[in-house]
Ligand binder design. Sequence first.
Ligand SMILES: Nc1nc2c(ncn2[C@@H]2O[C@H](COP(=O)(O)OP(=O)(O)O)[C@@H](O)[C@H]2O)c(=O)[nH]1
Ligand SMILES: [Mg+2]
Length: 228
Amino acid sequence: MTRKSITMALAGNPNSGKTTVFNNLTGARQHVGNWPGVTVAKKEGSCTFQGHHVKVVDLPGVYSLTAYSQDEVIARDYVVDARPDVVVDVVDASNLERNLYLAVQLLEMKAGLVIALNMMDVARSRGYVIDVTELSRLLGTPVVPMVAARNQGTKELLETVVGVAGGEIPVGGINLQYGQDIEAEIAKLEKLVDGNFPAGQYPPRWLAVKLLEEDEEIVRKIRQAGVG
Ligand SMILES: Nc1nc2c(ncn2[C@@H]2O[C@H](COP(=O)(O)OP(=O)(O)O)[C@@H](O)[C@H]2O)c(=O)[nH]1
Ligand SMILES: [Mg+2]
């Protein structure tokens, strides 16, 4: 790909190693500000890789992307509003099941997702054998094994991020199926919101599911947009 600027966001559960990955990527090239309108710290940094300028944004650590906490709303809004080229979900390989909950939500949002499968040393020491290729196939998105505490996997992560940003490496998205009755309602709502929502970057199906969940933040945004 030609040289370009790439924006990547780091998402992940608290304690998955996000800050360690962020520091490995950016070194001293980082600064801390605040997310607009709130006192939550926003860390940004950058690095140069294979001639590309990569901006890295550290999102608040969250377990999911509902609207129940300020951190979740910040992370979610950044993914859909700022549209980073790539979202890297730092996943704790020793707590795979719990961590994949967020990964699935990001896949549902059709974020350009790369899984940084961190803490591989901890997973190994507990005797867990993770088939990385199979995990990547199942999720339909790249998975990069890492031991961030020893700066292992950083280069591979950047190679993958550059490949995804350039369109050479495919990323996945998934639609969870909710059964006939709910799917019928989703289809109706999807038609209503599709194209009507000014911030048209939200996937219509995702909006429809959030409306059925009565997600306060999305209901408010839809009302503001004067839809329905
Ligand atoms: N064993 C091991 N520890 C790690 C790894 N990555 C991060 N850590 C440690 O895990 C703890 C939480 O990491 P941190 O980056 O602060 O997580 P955050 O809450 O997601 O930002 C710290 O003590 C790190 O040194 C790893 O790959 N292996
Ligand atoms: Mg942190």
